[in-house]
Design a protein around this ligand. Sequence first.
Ligand code: 4NP
Length: 156
Amino acid sequence: MQPVSLLFVCLGNICRSPTAHGVCLQRLQERGLSEAIKVDSAGTGDWHVGAGPDSRATEAAAGKGYDLTPLRARSVTVQDFYDFDYILAMDRQNLADLQAMAPADARAQLALLLDFGSSDESEVPDPYYGGDDGFGHVLSLVEDAVDGLLARVCER
Ligand code: 4NP
């Protein structure tokens, strides 16, 4: 069976989407699903390409047992729309930017990550210019939504 593939997307690919990427990798490993479900993350912007996640994101994640340190930022490419089954945007601006670059024959389904969560919030707020609290909030929202997403994907 072909693996299902998931791409998490934010603006810089150093805070929110690597958090989702790291949480998802760990969930998949815990459940023995690492071969069945492939995960990556990317940014709509290119300022941080090649950089590791923001240290505030890495620290918040490490506090709950997730290792973001191997991840490196990259930009979304048109090829991603053919390579992934689901592209999950962190906020509405990310989603609009993805919709604007999507080829007409894209294979990927685009959605907001929090559509799969149980929170009242519909977007993962950008924590980059805020305080450290923002990173803990991002992590909680992302954990909840990744669990919902994996439950949905595993129903397929
Ligand atoms: P992210 O956060 O989109 O969650 O990775 C940001 C990272 C960098 C910038 C903005 C948001 N920036 O403007 O450089």
